[in-house]
Ligand binder design. Structure first.
Ligand code: UT7
Length: 340
């Protein structure tokens, strides 16, 4: 009755210790996409900034678990952490085809963690930053030593090849980070939220049970009311970016990098303008070659910035993810090292 419950006495700092990605080999140009939709390379580039994206191999190859594992192995290498040191695996995805078992348990096994706790997070395109927030708090409170966080999607499975309102936007891929304890603060406080009243603006239709009961109808696909989502993203996100910086005690002008979700180059241009970011802040633009990879977009965009030398490990970056839900999440982080 009167027994005291022990908890770690103090919080510690957390950081991104390493980053790895998996980019599918197959590059899909706008020209290829336009063979099945009434559109053009010129329209797609001018409306979204996208020149090409990558699609994973046909199911069951390059599966969610395979791509997540491939990115995770590289992240562990970059972090100098063994798989056995991982005690939690979090996979953020909205395109895993199985309702059970969850993908993180299979990734934890495939990576060789030897029985890590594992959970999936589904928060649309905001999923990676949701997962980083959870992982950071697990490490800070002492619940976990090392958390493997993966954002992974096969958007090509979820968008109808003939639907010109969505097919050109999305791509496939995976990005992973290892979150662990650190001397310095490497991950700032998470700002997150959702607006379910606008949940229908990005939705799957119909649901799988409805489809199973009425198989004569079209199979479930992602449907997006693009302009409504565009408006929400372009005009609400600067408010949350300011809040993220404020909570981390960082001036926006002192950032080295801004890594917004790669949904549309024009959305990010509007956010950058509203934030009045100086030219010294490098802005991620991976969408041009990668399209919108939903929960994988932030780690993929971080990898491009590090690989191309736009920023160095240790640089201060503001991550801001947003999408279905409508949900958003973000935090200020120190950029992690990449595997060599
Ligand atoms: O990652 C999750 C979050 N997702 C997002 O943040 C995506 C946000 N939305 C967007 O990025 C943009 O809304 C899109 C890129 C999807 C669409 O751009 P838009 O400027 O909002 O185009 P729109 O839907 O308002 O359509 C403009 C015109 C219409 O023609 P009219 O009515 O002006 O004659 C459309 O019928 O473009 C037409 N259109 C197309 N034309 C050629 C729509 N889709 C296409 C297409 N190719 N693929």
């Amino acid at each position: 009755m009167g027994a005291q419950i022990a908890v770690p006495a103090t919080l510690r700092n957390s950081a991104l210790l390493g980053l790895g990605v998996h980019r599918p080999e197959r590059v899909v140009t706008n020209e290829e996409i336009c063979r099945l939709i009434d559109s053009s390379d010129e329209w797609i580039q001018s409306r979204s900034g996208i020149k090409e994206r990558r699609f994973a191999k046909a199911h069951p190859e390059e599966s969610i678990v395979e791509m997540a594992t491939s990115a995770a192995v590289k992240a562990l290498d970059a972090a100098g952490v063994n798989a056995a040191q991982i005690d939690t695996v979090i996979v953020a995805t909205s395109t895993y085809g199985w309702q059970t078992p969850h993908s993180a348990a299979l990734v934890a096994d495939a990576v060789g963690t030897g029985g890590a706790s594992a959970l999936d997070i589904q928060a649309g395109c905001a999923g990676f930053c949701y997962a980083v927030g959870v992982a950071s708090d697990l490490v800070r409170t002492g619940t976990a030593e090392h958390v493997l966080v993966v954002g992974v999607e096969r958007m090509s499975d979820a968008t109808e090849p003939t639907d010109r309102t969505v097919r050109f936007i999305f791509g496939d891929g995976a990005g992973a980070v290892v979150v662990g304890a650190s001397e310095e603060v490497g991950i700032g406080p998470t700002v997150w939220g959702s607006d379910g009243s606008q949940g229908k603006t990005i939705r799957q239709e119909p649901d799988w049970v409805d489809f199973a009961q009425n198989p004569e109808q079209k199979r479930p696909w992602i449907i997006m009311e693009g302009t409504a989502v565009f408006r929400w993203a372009a005009f609400e996100m600067s408010k949350y970016a300011r809040r993220i910086a404020e909570k981390a005690g960082v001036e926006l002008a002192d950032l080295d990098a801004f890594v917004p979700h790669q949904a549309n180059l024009r959305i990010n241009d509007v956010i950058v303008k509203q934030l009045e970011l100086p030219d010294t802040v490098a802005v991620a633009d991976d969408i041009i070659e990668t399209g919108n990879t939903s929960a994988a977009s932030i780690p993929l965009a971080m990898e491009k910035m590090l690989r191309t030398g736009q920023v160095e490990p240790g640089a201060t970056a503001l991550l801001l993810a947003f999408g279905a839900g409508l949900s958003y999440a973000g935090q200020v982080v120190k950029m992690p090292p990449l595997a060599q």
